[in-house]
Every structure is written in C-alpha cells, then in structure tokens.
Design a protein around this ligand. Structure first.
Ligand code: GLU
Length: 515
C-alpha cells in the first residue's frame, strides 16, 4: 500500500447509470463529514464496469452535484492521485491480474458455460425442487469449468479464445462474519452465497471484484454506503480473505434506507412524482426519453439547506440543535449517532430548512435578485425598495423565487378586489374610514414611513369615531385587493405615499360603483 494506513480514507464510489439519487448524495455527504471530522481523505471513484448500464451525462451530473452541495474531493476522479486512474473501466488490467492470481491459488476458477447451459442447469434445479438455482459448491461440479475439465482442455479453450468468466470458489460450509459499525455483527453462512462472477466474458470485472481490489489499493479504511449493499458485504469479506488482505480490511458502515413519506417502504422516483417533490439534487433530462426529472437546485433549494436536511436523514447530533452549517456538521458528526432504522423522507422538513436558510440570507443578496427579476418584466425597482420587500417577505416564504411571486402588490395597484372580502367588509364605515385616511395622507407633510402611517391612521380613525378592528381589512382590500397579507404599515411604506393615495382613490371609485 502506498498510503499511511492510520489516516482515515473514505470513498464515494458511484456508478454513472443515471442521475445521482438524493440517497447517493447523503452517502457522499456522510463520507465527507467523516473524512473531515477525522482529518482524513475523501476519494471519488467512478464504478463504470457495467458498460451496458452506462448513461451519457451521468458522470458529469455526479461531479456537478457534489460541487453544488459543497463536497470537496481530495483524491480520485477529476482530481488525480497516486492510484490514478480512478475510473474503473480504465483499470481493467489491475483486476485481471488479481483474478488470475485467485485462479492460480485455487480460490477462483474459469467457467465456460454458455447461456443455454446455465439455463439448463436452472431448469434441472427447479425440477429437483432445489431451493435456489445457484452456481455453487455443489452445482459447479456438473458444469463446464476449470474444476471439471481437464487441464489440457482448459488450456486449449483459453488459447482458442473461448468466452469464459472467472468465478469465486465459495466454500461450502462456513460462517462469514463482519462487524458493521452501524448494524453490529452480521453473520452469513457461505451456502447462501453463490460462486459470484469476478471477471465477465467481456474482460470487465464485476462490481464485487473491482470494488474490493480498489478499496484495498486505495487504502480505504472505512466503507460507508447504503444499506442495499449489506447483503454483498459477506462476499466482500470473503474476497478480502482470499486476496490475502483481511488484516487491512476496511470497516463497514451501512447507512439506513430512505423511506417513503409515509414510512412504508423504500423511497422511489414514483413517490417523488406523486408527491410533486424532487429526489435528485439537480434537474436531469433523460438522454434517451427526453423526460425531465426535477432537481432540488432548480426547485429553489439552497444547497446549504439541502445539506442540513440530508445530514438529518439517518443521523442526529443527540441535541436539540437542528441548524448546522457544513463546518458545524463536520464537528458534530459521528458514526455512532447514525440510526439503524430507515429514515422517513419528509419534504416539508426540507422546505422548513430552506425557509430557515432563506431567513438568514442577507437582504442585499436577495434584493439584487429581485431587482433583476423585476427588470426582466419591465418593472423598475430600486435596490432600496427591493431590500424592504425582501425583509418583509422572506419570513413568509420557503423559496427565494416566492418573494418575487408575491411582490406584485408592491409594483402595481390591484386589478380586481376579492369579492368575498368586499361583501363582508366594504360598508359605510369602511368608505368613510378609507376616505378620511386618504385625505389625511394627502394633508400630511412628514416622511411617509410605516410608523407615521400607523399614527396617521390611528388618529384619523379616532377622530372619525371608527374602531380600527372594523375597517382595517377594508383598508387592506383597498390597497392590495385581498383580505390578508404581510404587515400593512410596512406595505404602505414600500408602495409610498403617492401610490397609496392613488390606490385608495381607485378603490373608492371602483368599489363605490359596485365593481
Ligand atoms: N458503485 C456502487 C454504487 O453505485 C458502490 C457501492 C459501494 O459503495 O461499495 O452504489
């Protein structure tokens, strides 16, 4: 090994078979947090040995997603390092060498069976009511492989280029154990494991072989990955043993599943479609079908909010604190606080995190965006006005784009008035109050602020003998067209005196004539 075995080294090892699912982002995040917490290294390896399942653009998508959420790679694909290349399809010879070594040592064998022969075996087993049609310690003796064929025939077949695979010779009766850092002891009997293919007939290794060889050569100390890989872990332990690497075998930590919003079963793309929420970090256009899957980024989530949300899907710090920056997560993170039970995916919680992060975003930043958005619609909004709108609305929304969506009221007089509110609130008192307030605004000379507007309104209504509670909704209706909304005094300050007076006149005109 070229690396210091004491240093924590973890890897994220995605297969570019489609867009990275949010569960994959969580796996990457936990690896990253663990690496940083322990002053270790985070590697990125592209596991692309299943050439039939490769999807164009998926690799770029993975890199862009990691970048967006702020996960930095120390070594690996796109970064380089002592074990380069870090894309498995470029490391074929390495796997080949180790597979051949296993064959020489009697721990693996060549198998020449055709698809038809394998199918025939499956049928025979079925007819004999065998529990599972497996290529294993018993059936291998009836098949065409280097254990049953003569050495000469094997040699001839290999030399003449007969297609073959290399299979692991799994022992017949043995308990295979591993101590998972999250799940504790896992014991599997070797009769449950079939003679897995290590090298395929196309010369590519299978996931299992490539994964173990690379984790070893790359000095990986901890394998942190999704629970769906737990069933493969005993096989991996066996491979470490056969390859003679058991003493430096990494520790395993299998992360809990992400569950559907109702907690029943594994979260799927279908749940996301039905629930109208994303489960991919970035928007993804399927290159074959052209179908577009929504992304957290495009839906308006801040990457910091997504990271915070994902960190809590299967882990918690053991305190009440929920808001954590990436640096704080690094400090707080530990594998001990990862749960065994599946984590229910609750999009409302993701929205809540986004809301919290939006609240803490400086007004100036959000105001800049608002000015630009308004300009695109031909609306001239000053930075000063935009900052006021932002500070008023950001408490009320989950996403930055909702600020502009809800800003209409600050840019133009209402085009219509909510009929239910008109019926309920637009009466003699309301007309009298609105008229008096309009006159008072017109007569006033002081700066028009939320404070001054509030005082003028209070004084005017007292003088007119009208209770505030009875007419405030009508006043809001006249100014905004609806019966509810953000703080009315601040709204007044933002639209300004001139506009406010015009809106009140318009309402008096249009509503008085029964519009
Ligand atoms: N390539 C595997 C995946 O796509 C990696 C599994 C592992 O981390 O061992 O999830």
């Amino acid at each position: 090994m070229t690396t210091n075995s004491k240093e924590v080294r973890v890897r994220f090892a995605p297969s570019p078979t489609g867009p990275l699912h949010i569960g994959g982002v969580r796996t990457a995040l936990y690896n990253y947090l663990f690496a940083r917490k322990n002053g270790g290294k985070m590697l990125l390896r592209i596991e692309d040995t299943d050439q039939n399942r490769l999807v164009p653009g998926a690799e770029e998508y993975i890199l862009e997603s990691l970048k967006w959420v702020g996960i930095e790679i120390d070594e690996g694909h796109g970064k380089g390092g002592p074990q380069a290349p870090y894309r498995q399809s470029e490391r074929k010879e390495i796997y080949h060498e180790h597979a051949e070594r296993l064959v020489k040592e009697g721990k693996a064998y060549y198998a020449f069976d055709t698809a038809d022969e394998l199918e025939a075996m499956r049928k025979r087993m079925e007819e004999a009511n065998a529990p599972a049609a497996q290529y294993n310690s018993i059936t291998r003796l009836q098949m065409k492989n280097s254990l049953t064929l003569s050495a000469d025939e094997v040699k001839t077949r290999l030399e003449s280029g007969d297609p073959y695979v290399i299979r692991l010779k799994v022992p017949r009766k043995e308990d295979i154990r591993l101590n998972d850092l999250i799940r504790g002891w896992v014991v599997v009997h070797s009769s449950q494991i079939d003679d897995k293919v290590l090298m395929k007939s196309d010369g590519m290794p299978t996931y299992h072989l490539a994964n173990i060889v690379d984790d070893h050569l790359m000095g990986i100390t901890h394998v942190i990955r999704g629970e769906e890989w737990l069933p493969s872990a005993p096989l991996h332990v066996l491979l470490y043993r056969y390859l003679g690497w058991e003493s430096t075998m990494p520790q395993f930590a299998h992360l809990p599943l992400l569950l559907k919003p109702d907690g029943n079963g594994k979260l799927s793309k279908r749940d996301a479609d039905l629930g109208g929420f994303p489960i991919f970090p970035l928007q993804w256009t399927d290159p074959a079908s052209g179908q577009v899957a929504r992304g957290f980024r495009e839906d308006g989530y801040l990457s910091e909010a997504l990271v915070n949300f994902l960190a809590f899907l299967g882990w918690n710090p053991g305190t009440e604190q929920e808001l954590f920056t990436l640096d704080e997560l690094i400090q707080a993170f530990s594998l001990e606080n990862i749960h065994k039970a599946g984590a229910r995916f609750d999009i409302q919680k993701a929205k809540w995190f986004n809301h919290e992060y939006l609240r803490n975003t400086p007004n100036a930043e959000l105001a800049g965006t608002l000015v630009e958005q308004a300009a695109q619609d031909g609306i001239n909004c000053s930075v000063e006005k935009a900052e006021k709108i932002v500070s008023l609305l950001k408490e009320r929304v989950s996403f930055a784009h909702e600020i502009y969506q809800q800003s209409d009221v600050f840019f133009q007089a209402p085009a219509s008035y909510d009929a239910a509110v008109v019926t309920a609130k637009w009466n003699e008192d309301a007309i009298r109050a609105v008229t008096a307030i309009k006159d008072a605004f017109q007569a006033g000379n002081e700066a028009f602020t939320a404070e001054s507007a509030k005082t003028v309104i209070a004084e005017t209504l007292t003088a007119a003998g009208i209770k505030q509670g009875k007419v405030m909704q009508a006043l809001r209706l006249a100014l905004t067209g609806v019966g509810a909304g953000p703080d009315l005094m601040i709204t007044l300050e933002i639209i300004g005196k001139e506009d406010a007076i015009q809106r009140l006149e318009k309402a008096l005109r249009e509503l008085a004539t029964g519009n």
